[in-house]
Write a new protein. Structure first.
Length: 132
């Protein structure tokens, strides 16, 4: 969803019907449906001729996932908060993207365990003109 010329919102939802999985009896009994919801906002990359360059995109997002299994008799949930940016490559050939996210997986009270951590992501997008 475009918000003017500089910003955009995005979202996604997914349902994986693991409860209908067939083939392995051990898994059939414990598989649950997996749900994922995600939303984010981005300030888009923009060329600024008077400033001799680009404004870097700024991204922030949140996601929630209910995993397809239970631990300690309760469903396992994961929450992730993220921020990121990107840097354009020469001649708009693509971008180098950098992201940092914090996640919480499980719940000590409900599942008997909980994991918290940070993820650092670095990726290159684009470059199709070099390949095709």
């Amino acid at each position: 969803l475009e918000l003017g010329s500089a910003w955009r919102l995005g979202g996604d939802a997914k349902l994986a019907r693991w409860s209908q999985f067939e083939g392995l009896a051990d898994w059939e009994a414990i598989a649950r449906d997996e749900w994922t919801f995600a939303a984010g906002i981005e300030r888009k990359l923009a060329f600024q001729p008077l400033r001799r360059g680009y404004t870097a995109p700024v991204r922030a997002g949140y996601s929630w996932r209910r995993w397809a299994y239970e631990v300690g008799g309760a469903p396992v949930d994961e929450q992730t908060w993220s921020i990121g940016t990107g840097f354009p490559l020469s001649n708009r050939m693509g971008t180098i993207d950098l992201g940092l996210s914090y996640f919480v997986l499980g719940d000590q009270a409900e599942n008997g365990w909980e994991t918290r951590g940070w993820r650092l992501a670095l990726s290159v997008t684009g470059l199709e003109r070099l390949i095709f």
